[in-house]
Design a protein around this ligand. Structure first.
Ligand SMILES: [Zn+2]
Length: 261
């Protein structure tokens, strides 16, 4: 099977509440849940076999992030996905494949910059994003808010379930954070890595809490907690418990690893 390298790129910081985002209320006594935490918003540049690929494209400008999403969020100068790519010598038009874990604003910005790419997302996610319930208008930048969703006008290849995208790159559904959330598996010389999007926000979410018989620490932001719980268990099983082979979008420890594989 083909192998690739994975480079995490930081596209900015989303300010989130530890108690209402990261840790489910039933787990609060086991963690420090006071205050906010600035979570990095990571996109992954995947390269190999004459392919230049992105898994997610990161967040918006500070202005939009702060006004419409999480107050306090920032995209420092030079952190937009196309600028981060430029810093490593890659032009947006060189990207041939963009795979999106889901269509939330902080995973799918600036799509129209990638003029030569094929775009992949789960059909379930695409359908919901185009007709969200009002609770998710902000997440998908619904036009009645005065925004234009970044996925409008993009010619997606819509996926149904677990499929291969390229030799060594595949996806599987991991719903629960969003309706059609998927995890992207990248084969490297160091084995498979799972770019799991917002399946979890931090590695703490994989920790068991034996005292209350929890096998994981669920996040507090979700669309369907039963699906999410099962998706987290499924991901753990697929990596054989090797949590360091899972790459969540918002885990700061992921950024410490410059090139993976
Ligand atoms: Zn999300």
């Amino acid at each position: 099977m083909n192998t690739y390298t994975i480079q995490p790129l930081n596209t900015g910081y989303a300010t989130t509440s530890r108690s209402t985002y990261i840790y489910h209320h039933s787990t609060h006594k086991y963690y420090d849940v006071t205050g906010d935490q600035d979570l990095p918003v990571i996109a992954f540049f995947v390269e190999g076999n004459d392919h230049k690929i992105l898994v997610d494209t990161g967040m918006s400008s500070t202005e939009i992030a702060h006004k419409y999403h999480h107050p306090g969020s920032t995209q420092p100068e030079g952190f937009a996905i196309y600028e981060q790519l430029e810093k490593i010598g890659v032009k947006p038009e060189e990207i041939d494949t963009v795979v999106l874990t889901h269509l939330h604003w902080d995973h799918s910005y600036y799509l129209s910059k990638f003029t030569h790419a094929k775009f992949y997302v789960q059909k379930k996610e695409y359908d919901f994003a185009n007709k969200p319930i009002p609770l998710y208008f902000k997440s998908y930048e619904e036009p009645s808010l005065g925004l234009t969703p970044q996925f409008y006008g993009i010619d997606f290849k819509l996926l149904n379930g677990e499929v291969d995208i390229l030799d060594g790159i595949s996806v599987y559904p991991s719903p629960g954070h969003s309706v059609g959330h998927q995890t992207v598996v990248v084969n490297t010389k160091d084995g498979e890595y799972h770019c799991c999007g917002d399946l979890v926000f931090t590695y703490d979410n994989f920790k068991a809490i034996p005292e209350i018989k929890y096998t994981i620490t669920p996040p507090s932001r979700f669309q369907d907690i039963v699906s999410l719980w099962n998706s987290i268990e499924d991901c753990k099983r697929r990596v054989d418990g090797r949590i360091d082979h899972i790459l969540p979008t918002h885990e700061i420890k992921v950024l410490e690893r410059k090139i993976i594989g």
